[in-house]
Design a protein around this ligand. Structure first.
Ligand SMILES: [Mg+2]
Length: 275
């Protein structure tokens, strides 16, 4: 894959040649619940089967790609009904709106990098953040009609993956062209996430915000990926403001994150037990 600027929309939209870019996971990171888990548990095959699927992936018996497709296939409601259902139920992180408005004012693009489906993410964001949602770009999977059907029909839709990887959407592939930019053109890259799928993406960025009490923190500590801990986006905003103002470096912020983890302030103790 090349890294010509045509493949790097965040260098042009919504701001030209930004000095910082904030990439972020969607489910459980910008929102309080995971919309795909919510849909599977309530209108799909249920939480028990979903958790078994997760275990199979962790034990290497199934790929994330195939396991996630089974989850989505178990939801047969027409797609517009799924969207409505999620728009009614999924809530925004309490600090996200303030972060987002500050980022727009300071010309920092925010890009959602997700394993979910674009129309669902867009509808939820439109509902939760209002008209400025269109200044936020989404890189994710899509939805498509099953052969001979339309997505408006019962059992009529399926997930359409972003790439051929075992993740369906390998987030690191989306971020790498930015990470590989020549030094004079390369913005400082931030990433926020909560799950295992965020680890490969995080490795491409300068500073990872990992959600308190979630698995991602353990993986980061094990693999020496620098990170800082957040509970909600007000914590993220505080750190990004300081970096933006030149008061601290991304390196300092990451060091603080590791110390929080060692001291047990990350919601997980260093021996791997949840606190
Ligand atoms: Mg997530």
């Amino acid at each position: 894959m090349g890294s010509s600027q045509t493949e790097l929309p965040a260098l042009k939209f919504p701001f030209k040649d930004p000095k910082f870019i904030f990439f972020t996971d969607f489910d459980g990171t910008i929102t309080l619940q995971d919309s795909n888990d919510f849909m599977t548990d309530n209108i799909g095959f249920g939480g028990d089967k979903r958790r078994q699927g997760n275990r199979d992936v962790l034990e290497g018996k199934d790929t994330f790609r195939d396991s996630f497709k089974k989850m989505m296939d178990s939801v047969t409601k027409p797609f517009p009904e799924c969207i409505d259902y999620l728009v009614q139920n999924i809530k925004l992180d309490p600090g996200f709106q303030e972060y987002f408005q500050w980022a727009l004012k300071n010309e920092i693009p925010t890009v959602v990098v997700s394993s979910g489906m674009e129309p669902i993410i867009r509808a939820i964001l439109k509902n939760l953040i209002g008209p400025d949602h269109d200044k936020l770009d989404i890189v994710s999977n899509e939805v498509e009609a099953r052969p001979g059907k339309s997505i408006d029909q019962e059992g009529g839709w399926q997930i359409k993956y972003h790439d051929d990887s075992g993740f369906g959407h390998d987030k690191s592939l989306t971020l790498r062209p930015y990470a590989n930019l020549p030094k004079e053109k390369r913005p400082t890259l931030f990433y926020a996430g909560d799950g295992v799928s965020d680890l490969s993406a995080a490795k491409e960025t300068d500073l990872l915000f990992a959600k308190k009490g979630h698995d991602l923190i353990r993986y980061c500590a094990r693999e020496n990926v620098p990170f800082t801990v957040f509970e909600d986006w007000s914590n993220i905003l505080k750190v990004v403001k300081k970096i933006h103002a030149g008061e601290i470096s991304v390196h300092d912020a990451a060091k603080q994150g590791y110390e929080d983890y060692k001291n047990g302030a990350a919601g997980l103790s260093a021996n791997g037990q949840a606190k």
